[in-house]
Design a protein around this ligand. Structure first.
Ligand code: ASP
Length: 332
């Protein structure tokens, strides 16, 4: 059966050209990008195209553009069998994570891909990424938001960008890949099954949040200042969830929680879990109202927080939702 795929262009290196005056890479138009891939003319797939209003370098990504992308998918949800999003690599993992929360009960593939070298350049990695992402989106095996890059299909909210130079730019440090691509496309058994629940697009996100990366010597007054100005904070702690056991830090966390702040503890290590209580230095995080982020990525923690703060104002409900595995973003 012929499948219909919607290709959504947001910008990124994949569609960039070098500006002659500044000699810098800038986003180009979708039409010019498509001319570089005649392979997309195909009898088994109908591919249609849509661009966001102003294609961007993904370092300019923000919550409004996420809503714009979700709007496109929501409006076209029933018309297409799958969606492929062309996106810059810099913030692709944030977008994949955000979309995984915003597209509730999705029963189709939404695959983000991009490239390290623009599509018009001879050694580009863009064509393979794009063609295979489209192929997978039409296979009806994937019912979630994924990243496809350099022969691997990942659960989107498990990814992180790990390399600025290699073609293998992404990793899913705490979850197996969903499919490996060689001569054949081999799916592992980790993809979500289709669900009967109704698809809902959630478009209310709160960005009244911050990420705080601890470092040896950080001033507790500075942590206090940052926390004072936000509703929620993702704290990147050391190792398995440790910080200085200066009692002032535990006291600050307690005061902030009493003021209705939401704290999530994630690790600065890319592999492994937060193990509460293992070391004496995990003491500041032992307050039961601090969310244990377990093996979540910072990208998924931040976007999960934005999504949940957009759903409810009730602090205990916010914490209850944060403690759940909502879209496969955390191992429980
Ligand atoms: N700065 C670019 C972007 O994220 C990098 C890339 O696409 O690889 O849009």
């Amino acid at each position: 059966m012929i499948k219909k795929i919607l290709l959504i262009y947001t910008g990124g290196t994949i569609g960039m050209i070098r500006n002659k005056e500044s000699n810098k890479l800038i986003p180009f138009t979708l039409d010019s990008l498509l001319l570089s891939v005649p392979e997309l003319q195909n009898d088994e797939l109908i591919i249609e195209y849509k661009s966001i209003k102003y294609p961007i370098d993904s370092s300019n990504m923000n919550t409004h553009v996420w809503v714009e992308i979700v709007d496109i998918i929501e409006k076209k949800y029933h018309e297409y069998d799958g969606f492929v999003i062309l996106h810059g690599t810099d913030t692709m993992s944030y977008t994949a994570s955000a979309l995984s929360f915003m597209l509730e009960n999705i029963n189709k593939a939404v695959i983000l891909t991009g490239s390290q070298i623009p599509i018009g350049v001879r050694r580009t990695d863009a064509k393979e990424n794009l063609i295979t992402a489209i192929e997978i989106a039409g296979m009806e095996k994937v019912n979630e938001v994924c990243v496809y890059f350099e022969n691997q299909l990942f659960r989107g909210n498990r990814t992180t960008k790990i390399n600025t130079e290699d073609f293998e730019a992404f990793k899913s440090p705490n979850f197996p890949v969903l499919a490996e691509v060689g001569v054949k496309i081999k799916f592992n058994n980790y993809c979500f099954k289709k669900s009967n629940a109704k698809f809902t697009a959630r478009k209310n996100l709160s960005n009244n949040i911050a990420i705080l990366k601890l470092f040896p010597g950080i001033k507790i007054e500075i942590i206090a200042l940052i926390m004072k100005n936000v509703k929620g904070i993702v704290i990147e702690s050391f190792g398995a969830g440790n910080a200085t056991n200066d009692p002032k830090l535990a006291k600050l966390f307690e005061d902030m929680i009493n003021k209705g702040k939401i704290l999530i503890n994630v690790s600065q290590c890319i592999h492994g879990n937060i193990i509460s209580g293992e070391y004496e230095s995990s003491a500041p995080f032992e307050n039961k109202n601090i969310i244990n982020g377990k093996d979540i990525t910072t990208e998924a923690a931040v976007t999960k927080l934005m999504y949940i703060l957009g759903l409810t104002n009730n602090d205990s409900e916010i914490r209850a939702q944060l403690n759940k595995n909502l879209r496969g973003e955390v191992t429980c």
